[in-house]
Structure formats: structure tokens, C-alpha cells
Design a protein around this ligand. Structure first.
Ligand code: 9D3
Length: 253
């Protein structure tokens, strides 16, 4: 049983997330468990204050250390003391599929989601094991980032996906973007499914899909393509895609 505790001022966000899709099924199957702790519970005044203005001045508010330390102590209480504490923040190490894979091996996870300008740096220094960011864009707080981390880790846990093949076939596991997908109808008001997919020729279908995956990665994510190791067949398929793309302005994708 993989346990996640999210420390958040908005536990409703995490609760809603836990009620949907693969994460819900993993929780129902006893593969994962998600709980929340609201630092407001550990506020030391009657108003439930959890933030204050920054020393040194400037805009915004900073989350108070004491309510956060109360919440972290409670989290360590119902996890082991060896739980890994992750602070979601724009200053964090970039979260990637490789990090998600690393986290499947880690002990239980405590995810600290900040609001306002962030948390008092002394909490980061003393209580946090690692800081993660989910990308170079501005969110209003760490909750959506915490959900992204939980989602990516849960789907890697054994038994979490109905179809065992799905995780290994995912984009990024292969280092390439996925090929296009089609389903019924064959003819959508004149837009036809590529004929090869209706041919029943599984070798030809496999080659077409690989070529599309390579071509889309070349077009959209050349950074991924440089990192991928392509064999002679891949290079030939990509050459073919590039030639068709240059000749017809499109080879799909
Ligand atoms: C507009 C406020 N910014 C002042 C220069 C700093 C700022 C503070 C707090 C920006 C965002 C946030 C809240 N973000 C997160 O808590 C967060 C986040 C993100 O914004 N982007 C990517 N990953 C993450 S993980 C947590």
C-alpha cells in the first residue's frame, strides 16, 4: 500500500482528485491511499491564521512555519518517521517521468503544497527532503502539482492499470511521442482512417505507427529525438517520414 499525505489549505481539491479514474480505482483496490492534513488545524490563534507578511517587505504573504510544522509532525505520526517530504514549488527540480519512477521506490510520500508566495524558508531547510516543480508556468499553489506527482506515481504501481501493457507503452517510456489513434467510424464525413490501419497487416501497422511516432517527435520535440537511441530501421522510417513531409507538406502528424 503506497500512502500519500498532502499538506494543503485546500483539501477539497485533493479529495475530488481521489474520486476519479485510475487513482480512484487504485485507492479502492488498496494499492494507494491518499489523505490530507490542513495546516489551518494547527494554527495557534482563534482566527486560524496560516500566513503573514514577508520580512523585508514586498507584496504577498508567506505561509507560517508553526502551522506547517504541526501538520508535518502529524503526517510523520501516521507515516513512519522515514517518510519522504516533498515541497512542490516553482524553485524545485523539474518533475519528469524518471523522477516519477524514482518515487515509486521511495518510502511513503508527504507532499507539501504551498499557497501565496510560498512557505517560510526555515521549513524548506529543516523539514523538506526535496523540492519539485512541474514546469515553467505559474500556478496559484502546489495542489495541482501534488496531484500531477501522485497521478504519475500511482499509474506506475503494479496493478494500478487495468491493461498491464499500457504503462510500458506510454509516451516517454519509449522516449518518443505517441503515434495517432483512430476509432469508428472508418469514414467521418469524408475524413478517412489511414488505409494501413484497416489492412490487418500487423507488421505494416507496426511500421506505420513507429514512423508516425518518430515523425511527430521530429516535428514537435526535437529535444526528445536527440536523446533517443534510434536503430537503422528507425532512421530509415524517419527518413521516409521527412521525405514525404517535404514532398507533400504532410505525412500525417
Ligand atoms: C506570481 C508569484 N510569483 C512571484 C514572482 C512567485 C510564485 C509564487 C508561488 C509563483 C507561483 C507560486 C505558486 N506555485 C506553486 O506553488 C507551484 C508551481 C508552479 O507555479 N509552477 C510549476 N510547478 C509548481 S509546483 C508548485
Amino acid at each position: 500500500m503506497r500512502r500519500f499525505t498532502v499538506i494543503t489549505l485546500f483539501p477539497e481539491m485533493i479529495a475530488a482528485f481521489g474520486q476519479c479514474g485510475i487513482v480512484r480505482r487504485a485507492c479502492e483496490a488498496g494499492i494507494a491511499q491518499i489523505s490530507t492534513i490542513n495546516p489551518r488545524t494547527f494554527s495557534t490563534d482563534a482566527r486560524g491564521t496560516v500566513d503573514d507578511s514577508p520580512y523585508g517587505g514586498g507584496p504577498g504573504m508567506v505561509m507560517l512555519a508553526r502551522p506547517l510544522r504541526g501538520a508535518l509532525a502529524a503526517a510523520r505520526g501516521h507515516h513512519g518517521p522515514d517518510a519522504r517530504v516533498i515541497y512542490l514549488s516553482p524553485q524545485g527540480r523539474p518533475f519528469t517521468q524518471t523522477v516519477a519512477e524514482e518515487l515509486t521506490a521511495a518510502p511513503e510520500l508527504v507532499l507539501l503544497a504551498g499557497r501565496y508566495e510560498g512557505v517560510d524558508e526555515r521549513v524548506v531547510q529543516r523539514d523538506v527532503d526535496e523540492e519539485l516543480s512541474v514546469g515553467d508556468f505559474v500556478l496559484s499553489g502546489g495542489e495541482i502539482a501534488a496531484m500531477a506527482v501522485i497521478d504519475a506515481v500511482v499509474r506506475l504501481l503494479p496493478g494500478a492499470l487495468g491493461d498491464a501493457g499500457s504503462a510500458a507503452a506510454d509516451s516517454f517510456s519509449s522516449g518518443l511521442l505517441d503515434h495517432p489513434h483512430y476509432t469508428r467510424p472508418e469514414n467521418l464525413d469524408g475524413e478517412r482512417v489511414p488505409a494501413v490501419l484497416l489492412s490487418g497487416d500487423h507488421a505494416a501497422i507496426g511500421a506505420w505507427r513507429r514512423k508516425q511516432a518518430l515523425g511527430r517527435t521530429w516535428l514537435r520535440r526535437p529535444d526528445l529525438l536527440r536523446a533517443a537511441s534510434l536503430d537503422a530501421r528507425d532512421r530509415a522510417l524517419l527518413e521516409e517520414f521527412i521525405r514525404e513531409f517535404r514532398d507533400h507538406g504532410t505525412a500525417q502528424a
